[in-house]
Every structure is written in C-alpha cells, then in structure tokens.
Design a binder for this molecule. Structure first.
Ligand code: NAP
Ligand code: GDP
Length: 347
C-alpha cells in the first residue's frame, strides 16, 4: 500500500497489482507520480480470489476504494490460450463481473479495466480502431479470453446507461517489460524468447522461434523510465535517466484514471509504423543479449493471428506529444532486468 502524502481524496485499488502491468504502475507511483491526495492499494490473488463473489465483495468492503484500476485476469501467450480457452472464458467472466458489480455496489467513482488488441475480429480492415471490437469473431486461438474481455465493454455500457457509472477500459497492444511472466510454455512471445535466448546461451544451443516468424505485432513497454535506485531491481543499475523521460503504458494508465472521461474504450498503442514481425522482435532480443547462435523456426507450431494492427489516432488526439521508449531500448532494458533478476523472475 502507498500512503497518501496529504488528505485522501482518491483511494485507488489496483487488482492484478503483482503482475507485469500492476508492478509497472506501482513503480511509477513510487517514483513520485502518485499525487498527494491519492492512496494506492495494490492487491493480488493472495488478498482475494476475484473469481469468488464473496471474496471480491469483502475486498471492496475492506478497502472502500473510490477508484479502481482492474488488471486482474487469467493471462497468457498464444499457446496457453490454445490449451485453455474454456478456463480463460470462465475465470475472466467471473473476475470481471465480480469486480465491476462490487464497484457499482460500493459506489466507486471510476473503474479503468483492461482489454487487449487480440480481442478484435480476426477478419477485419486495418488499422483497427475502438469502434470495431464487436464486428466479428476473434481469432479462434484465443476465443475464450477475447469474448470474456469483450464483455467488459458491454458491462461498462450497461453500468453507464442504467446506473450512470463511469466505468471505462483501455485496449493495450502486446505488453512487455520487467516483472513479466517469462514462462516459456505459458507466457507471451517476448518474455518467452528472452528466456529461451538466456538458456540457449548457457547450453550453446540454437534459438527456436515458434511458427514462421512472419506474424506482426505492436509491442508497448510497460514501464518507461524509473529511477536507478528502485529497490526491487537489485543490482540493475544500467538504466540512464533520459533528458525527457518517455512514458509508456504505466503512465498512460495514470492519465486515463485522472483525465480520460469517456466510457468508450481507448487503444493504447505505439504507431502503426512501429509494428514488427516476430522475426524482427527475436532479432532485437538476439542483439540485446549478444546471442551468436543459430536461429531456427519451428513451423510445426502455430502462428496465431497474423496481425492486429491498431490505430493510436484517438490517443494522439488527446496526447499529441506522448513519447514511447524506442522498442530496441525497451527490449534491452527488459533483457537486462531478466538476466539480473533471473533467480526471482516469474518463469
Ligand atoms: P499478469 O502479469 O499475468 O498478472 C496477472 C495479475 O492478475 C496478477 O497480479 C495475479 O495475481 C492477478 N490475478 C489472476 N487471477 C486472479 C484471481 N483469480 N484473483 C485475483 N487476482 C488474480 O498479467 P499482465 O500481463 O500484467 O496483465 C494485466 C492486464 O492487462 C490483464 O487484464 C490482461 O488481460 C491485460 N493485457 C495484457 C497484455 C500482455 O501482453 N501482457 C496485453 C493486453 C492486455 P497473482 O500474482 O496473485 O497470481
Ligand atoms: P499473441 O500476440 O496474442 O498471439 O500472443 P504471443 O505474445 O504469445 O505471440 C504469439 C506469436 O509469437 C505467434 O506468432 C507465435 O508463433 C510467435 N512465437 C514465436 N516464438 C514464441 C515463443 O517462444 N512463445 C510464444 N508465446 N510465441 C512465440
């Protein structure tokens, strides 16, 4: 919990506060971006299993939040989604309904939930924008996760129309950064490949990239700049303070919480021109970790959705000069974090 420096006007409950995105928000708040009238409470499944309505209600009664950033979810990369579509649907539907309904019952002023660009229709025109969420079936590989996430948008609309609630959602592209899930079987592509390169360097073996390497993704860094002295980083003292700190996803969450007033969701993405192929993403990791071995593509593995190119035009209308950390720099920082924190990283 982060204590407020002044009289508390906002008590902000962050569900999923121990995950990739939750940890990034915790770091930027600790870095001085919390405001004096804000008290921040970061919770995980150890505080309450949000698939349980009773535990969720008790959590809200305990903390009495005025605002909620709702990140908690069953999350995983393509291959975990393929194996557990039913579980993704059921767990996330329960978590989201419990959180949104407890927020309504407790009179929470604002909820910011988290969708994902992988929930958009597979067959679509590009770039994808916020109006297209419900325009057709999602890619079959992750239909459980996608339909559950889409229903948050339906509930937000319902809570607004029936009860006037200001519940909204953001739509990030593929997220990565420190504190990600680096599990090779279950995690997303960047943390999975970082872990694979780490192991391949130890054993002198090739790097195996799953699929053809041709699908394309927009990656958004969770964190942006944090001070060198951040205590959770152990000896990771390689980051330099840039002249104008770039911002990235965690700081965008703070902006949405404080200033974005629409119920309609907003895509949080780098530009369309920043989209890279899986091969290019792997090459960025190879360069960052100075891996000299062979790259092998295992085309017996699925490619998933070919691309989900999203427009950040709406974000740019609100924040025309918003800066993202360049992809290769963010990859380098994440690789450094993983190698330095290997013993304790989620893997
Ligand atoms: P993550 O690292 O896997 O963290 C998930 C968080 O949810 C953890 O804090 C976990 O708590 C909590 N959680 C899971 N099941 C729970 C339950 N039954 N009850 C209470 N808490 C539970 O996920 P992330 O990558 O930070 O994702 C955060 C949000 O962003 C999610 O809504 C996700 O769908 C969305 N998103 C992620 C990406 C991406 O590429 N990662 C892209 C777009 C959108 P424990 O630590 O106790 O397990
Ligand atoms: P998605 O963006 O929702 O599809 O999920 P991921 O982050 O898991 O990315 C999946 C894409 O990366 C697919 O095209 C995979 O074939 C490719 N890929 C290549 N190597 C890996 C790997 O080691 N792990 C994962 N998860 N995906 C990989």
């Amino acid at each position: 919990m982060t204590e407020a420096a002044g009289p508390v006007a906002k008590r902000i409950l962050v569900t999923g506060g121990t995950g990739l995105v939750g940890n990034a928000i915790k770091k930027v708040v600790a870095d001085g971006e919390g405001q004096p009238d804000e008290e921040w409470i970061f919770v995980s499944s150890r505080d309450a299993d949000l698939t349980s309505a009773a535990e969720t209600k008790a959590l809200f009664e305990q903390h009495k939040p005025t605002h909620v950033i709702h990140l908690a979810a069953m999350v995983g990369g393509l291959f975990k989604n393929i194996r557990y579509n039913l579980d993704f649907w059921r767990r996330n539907i329960h978590i989201n309904d419990n959180v949104l309904h407890s927020a309504y019952e407790m009179g929470v002023q604002k909820v910011v939930s988290c969708l994902s660009t992988c929930i958009f229709p597979d067959k679509t025109t590009y770039p994808i924008d916020e109006s297209m969420i419900h325009n057709g079936p999602p890619h079959s590989s992750n239909f459980g996760y996608s339909y559950a996430k889409r229903m948050i948008d339906i509930q937000n609309r319902g809570y607004f129309e029936q009860h006037g609630c200001r519940f909204t959602a953001v739509i990030p592209t593929n997220v990565f950064g420190p504190d990600d899930n680096f599990n090779i079987e279950d995690g997303h592509v960047l943390p999975g490949l970082i872990h694979k390169v780490y192991l391949a360097k130890q054993t002198g073996s090739a790097l195996t990239i799953w699929g053809t390497g041709k699908p394309r993704r927009q990656f958004i860094y969770s964190l942006g700049w944090v001070p060198l002295q951040w205590e959770g980083w152990g000896t990771t003292a390689t980051l330099q303070e840039p002249s104008a700190p770039p911002q990235d996803l965690a700081r965008l969450f703070l902006w949405v919480l404080r200033e974005y007033d629409e119920v309609e969701p907003i895509i949080l993405s780098v530009g369309e021109e920043e989209e890279v192929s899986i091969r290019e993403a792997a090459e960025a990791i190879v360069e960052a970790m100075d891996f000299r071995g062979e790259l092998v593509f295992d085309t017996s593995k699925a490619d998933g959705q070919f691309k989900k190119t999203a427009s950040n035009a709406k974000l740019r209308r609100y924040l025309p000069s918003f800066q993202f950390t360049p992809f290769r720099q963010a990859v380098k920082e994440t690789c450094t974090w993983f190698t330095t924190n290997y013993a304790n990283a989620r893997k």
